[in-house]
Design a protein around this ligand. Structure first.
Ligand SMILES: N[C@@H](CCC(=O)N[C@@H](CS)C(=O)NCC(=O)O)C(=O)O
Length: 291
């Protein structure tokens, strides 16, 4: 690989499989399945195929919030998709999400299954289905959807831009890190100014906008992603800090974060979730106690 100072792009880009970057083993320039594998189907109306990354926990938090509100129809089976092992390229997963990324939801509550992919679309599907966490008053609804879609457009700069070049790229490229650190700090300031005006992003109430933004920017604010807390001076965003702490206290958030989690404390990992009692009986400390 050339270093950034002497690289001249060739006329036609050619895939260099061994580019050394983290995730090089799963990244490729074509879509579609790499192998045949059907997705498992459990007994609940909602089937989730996911992993507890920031994009994944948006949905498990929403489902746990809906159940906490008493929506029995939100009962779900959460199946583990190990993206580092290429599960997202199995034929069944690609049918659920042609983009081969977690999370993917199959809603089997109606006469025919409905697939939903993209975490924002899944949050909206569930919010509309259950009439919850999405304001109905037009101005509040517009504010909620604006922040929901803000997240969809902004987080790739945080993850694919800043996180990639700061934490994962095989060499530290000052230009790229500067460019994306600047943008991520701007985004934190956007949030901080909004949260100076209201407790939650859409106003007085906690909504799907908070569920979408919190897993990324809340984690960033606590230095939990890319170990970049000091580099980005995240403590300075005091309204983001207050909002992050408040959401972290919600019992449904605590549960949602555990689902499909395969790292961290064994007691915080619920690899698959098929019923509410699993949080008490099927975490990794109980299923695989240290030898
Ligand atoms: N915009 C998508 C992003 C989903 C996404 O990037 N998922 C990552 C994990 S956080 C993934 O599945 N990566 C696997 C891959 O790229 O092969 C969403 O919000 O659902």
């Amino acid at each position: 690989m050339n270093d950034s100072s002497n690289y001249a792009p060739p006329k036609v880009w050619v895939w260099n499989k061994a580019n050394g970057g983290r995730f090089a083993n799963i990244n490729r320039p074509v879509a579609g399945p790499t192998h045949d594998k059907e997705l498992p189907v459990g007994r609940h109306p909602l089937q989730l195929y996911s992993l507890a990354t920031p994009n994944g926990i948006k949905v498990t938090v929403m489902l746990e919030e809906l159940l906490a509100l008493g929506h029995a129809g939100a009962e779900y089976d959460a199946w583990l998709i190990r993206i580092n092992e290429g599960d997202q390229f199995g034929s069944g997963f690609v049918e659920a999400n042609p983009n081969s990324k977690i999370p993917a939801l199959v809603d089997r509550s109606g006469p025919a299954p409905i697939r939903v992919f993209e975490s924002g679309a899944i949050l909206l599907h569930l919010a509309e289905k259950f009439g919850a966490f999405l304001p109905t008053e037009p101005a509040a609804r517009a504010e909620c959807l604006s922040w929901l879609f803000w997240q969809m457009g902004s987080a790739p700069y945080l993850g694919g831009g800043f996180g990639h070049f700061y934490a994962y790229a095989p060499s530290k490229i000052e230009y790229a890190i500067d460019r994306f650190a600047m943008e991520v700090k701007r985004q934190l300031d956007v949030l901080d100014r909004r949260l100076a005006l209201s407790p939650y992003l859409a106003g007085e109430d906690y909504t799907i906008a908070d569920m979408a933004v919190w897993p990324w920017y809340g984690a960033l604010a606590k230095g939990l992603v890319y170990e970049a807390g000091e580099f980005l001076q995240v403590q300075a965003y005091s309204h983001v800090q207050r909002w992050t702490d408040r959401i972290a206290e919600r019992p449904a958030v605590k549960r949602g974060r555990m689902v499909n989690r395969t790292w961290g404390e064994p007691a915080s990992q619920l690899h698959e979730r098929h019923e509410a009692g699993d949080f008490e009986t099927r975490t990794q400390d109980k299923l695989a106690p240290a030898a």
